[in-house]
Write a protein that binds this ligand. Structure first.
Ligand SMILES: Nc1ccn([C@@H]2O[C@H](COP(=O)(O)OP(=O)(O)OP(=O)(O)O)[C@@H](O)[C@H]2O)c(=O)n1
Ligand SMILES: C[C@](O)(CO)[C@H](O)COP(=O)(O)O
Length: 238
């Protein structure tokens, strides 16, 4: 009989993007399939989840026509690739959840394929906190810089000006993994997307549904590889 506090914990990696912002002239490979120190970025990110012995398995959501994921993950056990990619990250997560076979009360850790440097102590701290508090949560970093809100209504000719400075004491920058009960997350994502809510991470759908996810300290090493120069940074961290 599964202990309700420690029901299976699954990984879910949305890998259905094309990495537009990371592309450089002549390199069309989606960023998750770019090689870093001999492994694809996707492989690094999946392995980072599996490194915690409490993570039972990982499902990876990719676009229907994607054949690269199975190739680069073929040496890993406990990994299933599903053709559940959608037009947005949130839709990929939802469709992968819907076809994962996870039970509603199972825990799921959603982690970007673009965050290969996830430190094990951060992952462990997130899992510990969610199991201890029996609440969902996410890795995030308190803002270390002064935070400006742009005055979007006034920009002309590409010029953007400051609207105001925000109190950074309450600003945290979300990372992944984000850990929630599979059924609650699936329902929140489905309802939020049906209501045309802007969902850029799992927590925003859960917040819209009324939950208060835990914020657990992440790391600069858990960089989301987004721009071409990020590959140089992340190579030095792996
Ligand atoms: N339709 C999409 C879009 C994104 N993702 C995944 O969501 C994660 C974070 O998204 P992001 O860094 O924005 O990746 P891309 O969307 O590929 O990048 P870009 O916005 O530059 O195209 C990535 O693992 C990406 O593969 C996804 O599964 N399905
Ligand atoms: C989920 C996320 O990594 C949290 O910061 C971020 O929202 C993903 O944004 P992207 O534009 O889909 O990369």
């Amino acid at each position: 009989m599964n202990d309700a506090r420690t029901l299976p914990i699954h990984g879910l990696v949305p890998a259905g993007g094309v990495g537009t912002r990371a592309q450089t002239p002549g390199v069309q490979t989606p960023k998750q399939y770019r090689s870093i120190k001999g492994q694809t970025m996707l492989s690094w990110s999946v392995r980072a989840l599996l490194a915690d012995r409490r993570v039972a398995n990982v499902v990876v959501g990719v676009q229907l026509e994607d054949s690269l994921a199975r190739q680069c993950l073929s040496d890993l056990s406990g990994v299933k690739v599903l053709p559940t990619g959608g037009a947005s990250r949130a839709l990929t997560v939802l469709q992968t959840l819907e076809h994962s076979g996870f039970d509603d009360n199972d825990w799921v850790l959603v982690h970007d394929a673009a965050r290969p440097g996830l430190p094990q102590d951060n992952l462990s701290a997130l899992i510990d906190a969610c199991l201890r508090e029996q609440r969902g949560g996410l890795l995030a970093m308190p803002a270390a810089d002064t935070v400006k809100l742009a005055n979007t209504g006034q920009s002309s000719g590409g010029i953007v000006e400051v609207g105001k400075t925000l109190d950074r004491q309450t600003i945290w920058l979300a990372q992944t993994p984000q850990m929630f009960r599979a059924g609650q997350l699936r329902d929140a994502l489905s309802r939020a997307l049906a209501a045309d809510v802007e969902v850029t991470d799992e927590a925003s759908a859960m917040e819209w549904a009324g939950y208060k996810p835990l914020l657990i300290n992440g790391s600069a090493r858990n960089l989301k590889v987004t721009l071409p120069e990020d590959f140089e940074w992340i190579r030095g961290m792996l």
